[in-house]
Every structure is written in structure tokens, then in C-alpha cells.
Design a protein around this ligand. Sequence first.
Ligand code: 1QQ
Length: 387
Amino acid sequence: MKRIAGTVVLTAGLFTLAHAQKVASPISIGVGIARTGNVALLGQEQVIGAQIAEKLINSRGGINGTPIKVVLQDTGGDENGAINAFQTLINKDRVVAIVGPTLSQQAFAADPIAERAKVPVVGPSNTAKGIPQIGDYVARVSAPVAVVAPNAVRQALKLDSKIKKVAVLYAQNDAFSVSETGTFQETAKAQGLDVATVQRFQTTDTDFTTQVQAVLNSGAQLVIISGLAADGGNLVKQLRQLGYKGLIVGGNGLNTSNMFPVCQKLCDGVIIAQAYSPAEPSSINQLFVKQYRAQYKKDPPQFAAQAYAGVQVVVEALKVIDKKKKLATWDLADLRVELNRQILAGKYNTPLGQISFDKEGEVVQKNFYVAQIRMKDAKNGTFVYLK
Ligand code: 1QQ
């Protein structure tokens, strides 16, 4: 309580509505991803995926006739940004669930906020080990690096069976990169390769001369990078500029054409495993591809497809709940709890193919792929899917 000019003024907090909050139409689904900073190189594709989902789902009747609204909050690239975005989505926007954040590094900080508030989180791109185990309310549609990343190494060996020595580099300040390099190093050893050097860097680094020199000195015939798009792109560029000629495997953080302006023509040849293929024949994927192509004149990338799948999973779970008891009659807190249960129980035909979740919220997905970057010129390139 404050006293102003002799009058008692109650602080705003005391006026907070004590009665339960109902669920409003349109149904608000939170999307908390990076729209600014370097991590937006990855997050931009997620915004597109979520927006296409909103449009397509509403054009097909929303949730049994009730439209959805995708509420975007920018997480920026760090933990605090993700925590703030999650708090806004939960308390101010009052979303039923959150699709986000962009990085595992952010998920380990922000997901516990949603967990405590009992708000379901569907990770659209968090691939580090341990994400679903953050809590009961945390699931992901992004297959873990432990499953996805080995495919890229096996593909590199298919392209060049003479590879014996590999150099591994990773961003030591990023949880996903640390997790992914663990998988890459185990895979290399399991394939009988000699890990000749392991080099560390920061996602904020721009100069990689020391690391590249170590790679060149090691005599590596394959370089494997776990980092994010800006640092990863610069590292690829400097490897080539300083004379490295062998194959390069990039991890999931390099999995975007938004890296092309960084390494330009020198991006050519980078091999990256994929949890999505535009060629996936399901009708929902073909619809998604059509929408994406109509707007962007190219095939959709993995991060857009995964964000689409994240929104879709929430919507389909809501449809099931709504059929039993109309969403408008639910208490928001109760609906969030029921929605979490239903998300984990369902099977979904998504652009990623058919997916479901195990009881911890880990995605169960069948098909994985490997693509190689092909640059036409300094600006334009494509991800060519390999057999
Ligand atoms: C993670 C990732 C990122 C590179 C995706 C954007 O896989 O942080 O888990």
C-alpha cells in the first residue's frame, strides 16, 4: 500500500482478477522464437512456418470452426530473451501452449518457466540431449541430434570412402552445439575414424584463424562443425580461404540458406542432415510445400516445416478436446493441463511425416535425410537431397 496525499492507493496487483480465466476466441497459440539478432537467421524460417500453419489451418476451419491466432513473441538469441517472451506469452497473451524457443540453450532456461505454470511447450527446433526431460510439459517435434546427426557423417563417408582423419569443431557456449559434437565424435569413432583434433570456439566469434590452422596441421580429410549460422558460416568461409579442400559436415545450426550471405560461394558442398524433406509425399506436406513455394519461390526448409508441425500438433490436440467439451467453456488453466495430456497422446500427420511422442515428450519420427549445399553464385544456392 502506498499513501499519496493522505489517500490510500492500492497497488495494481491487488486488483488482479481472482476468478478463473476463460478461453477466448480466436484461440491464442504462443510462438516464442528468435526474430532479432544472429539467431534470427534460424528463427526467421520458423516465423514463416508458424504463419503458414495459421493461415492454412484457419482456411480449413480452424479448431472445429473456431479460428486460431498465432501470437509471436521475439526471444532474441539468449536465455533472458526467451524467459521474457515465455512470461509474456503465459501471463499477458494467455496462450494455451507455446511453440518455441529456437535454441536448446534458451529452452533449458525458459522451459522451466512454462513447466511451473503448467503450460505445454512444443519445441520446434531444440535438438540437444535432455530437452523432453526438462519436465512433464515439455515435448518437441525436432528429432534429437543423437538420431539426426550421424546420418551426415555416414553420408560423407559414402561420398569419400578414403576418409580416415577428421577434425571436429564446436561452439562451447551453446548447449546444442556441445550436445551435437558429442554425437558427431561418437559417430566418427564408431565409423573407425581418427578424430585428429577437437577445436572449440564461441558463437560470437568471427575470427577462426587459430582453429583453421589446427585443422590444416592435423591433416584432416573431413571437418565436422557444430555451431550456429553466423559463426558456422564464417568458419566454413575461413576454412576454404585458408586452403582446406576436403568435405565439410555442418550441424543443425548451419541448416539454413540464411547462412549463404555469410560464406557465399564457399558454402558450396557443406553436408547437413535433415529431419525434413520437401519430397515427403503426404498430402499435408504437399499442401505446405505449395503454400511455401507460392510465397517464397523455393522449397521450404526444415525449420519452417518443424514450426508448422509444432503449431499443427497443438491445433489437432485442441480439436480432440473441443469435440468432448467446447473450448470456450474451459478454464484456461484446466485447458492447458488437458492440452498437454492430449498432445502427448495423439498421432499427427505432419509435413515431417507421421509423428507421435513417447511418454517423456520425445518425438517419434521415421524418416531422416541428408542434403548438400550447392551454390549457383555468391547469393543463390539450394539444399540438394542426397541418396
Ligand atoms: C538447438 C538447435 C538449433 C541449432 C536449431 C535452431 O538444434 O539449439 O537445439
